[in-house]
Write a protein that binds this ligand. Sequence first.
Ligand SMILES: [Zn+2]
Length: 375
Amino acid sequence: MKKQQVTNIEVKKNNRNRVFRYICKHGTVSNPDIAYEIKMSLPTVTQITKELIRQGLVEETGELESTGGRRAKALSAAVNVKLAVGLDITKNHITLVLTNLTGEILKYVRIFLPYAHKEEYYLRVGEELESFLDEAGADRGKLLGVGISFPGIVDLDSKMLAYSHILGVEGIRFDSVSRYFPYPCYFLNDANAGAYAEGILAEDQERFFYLSLSNTVGGAIFSDKELVQGKSFRCGEVGHMTVIPDGKTCYCGKNGCLDAYCAAWQLSDAADGKLEKFFDLLEQKNQTAVQLWDEYTDYLAVAINNIHMVLDCHIILGGYVGSYIQPYMSGIWQKVSARNTFAETEQYLKPCRYQVGTAALGAAMNVMEIFIEQI
Ligand SMILES: [Zn+2]
């Protein structure tokens, strides 16, 4: 009997969730629209939207044009009723993103701030966060929490940053970081966060691999609306797969890792440390830039082909390099195709959808999803 009750509660919650997500995604809708599109009875939908209105999550915004008969009430999600912040921590910068229920970027900032696991650092991040919220005019009462992404192995079971070679730290407990912020904090690996932003906000949330080409190389598998974390939260760590046996030394101490060939700084170092400048030079067909890009994409093609052989799914090129990669996709695809044993009927390679603050946005959306899940 008890089991039956739980199931009914779950069904109701699931229905409420589907209705709310539909409204969030489609802007202004009516009860009959929702009922038709998600195949739910009109009385059920009407009851759910009433409840959502009472909770302040949905608003009545007038009437829709009549298609014959009575005009239907126009319903919209109160998108700014809840807010979340994403904080992406890297070796030399922090990125902050403020988002709402629909994943809209309300404010974005990137600040030069070299990482140190020290009180001064976290206090400074806390100050930056507060001024960021002030400048955005964000109501703290609406803030669900802060999603924090780190370039390293984020162990959600032990609740710690297990290690980060690039930041030079290991065994950092989440609470030793979250105690500096007066908001609930949620932690995520940076590539996972990037994948989460691309996946959770996509129209068709299919399975894909997200290859993060930032100053470290990482990756993540997004499948069935979730991240695949792996047994030790190391799923997708392709930055340390060997592309050249005994090749260049990686920051991890091993030789021949993908990271030693495809980290973003391999390109930006040739343009005063500015990736944007590198791509300007490449566009102008500067000889050094062209040659460097040719070598870079040779290794990238090896990695893409290897990943695809294992997973057989779409691959999204993201991270800093992914932000500039759109005009070069056909060249990369040619190199990837040349390595492929099988003929492809469609191109499985895509550039990322989000160009700035993707990891921070994903970390924020992770916070938002935790809220939406329990609506
Ligand atoms: Zn390595």
